[in-house]
Design a protein around this ligand. Sequence first.
Ligand code: SF4
Length: 145
Amino acid sequence: ARKRVIISACLLGEQCRYDGKTKEVNAVIDAFKDYEIVPFCPEAPLFGTPRERISVVEVDGQNRIVTDSTQKDVTSLLEDEINSFMQLHKNIDRIILKSKSPSCGYETTPILNDKNETLKLGSGIAASMFEKHYKDVKIESELDF
Ligand code: SF4
């Protein structure tokens, strides 16, 4: 069987970003020609495209995902979506996620305080959940290609 790679859908040319654009990276697409590609985007199916931007905000020492202008906490919606995805896709060999995203970013995402200031760089909600679930798979980003 072919090896399987999860790739953030916006890196594959899908116009699923909050602004309705893509962040297609040809080097990523080329690198995985021989793989079965499993596109992943938790935000577009939940919130549509285009959509209000979301951010990671640290609240009482915990990361929450909050919409930027309406300040709605969408953490559990995203958790449910990502859990469903992980249940469907158990055997995975590689994971390539878009850097800096509140969902996909791995150790590159701004973590904000309640005054909208960046406290540090950390991981988005999907990257954090994947790291725990797919324990033996290193998380890479488009910046590695
Ligand atoms: Fe979707 Fe992740 Fe790309 Fe954001 S970074 S558009 S959540 S695939």
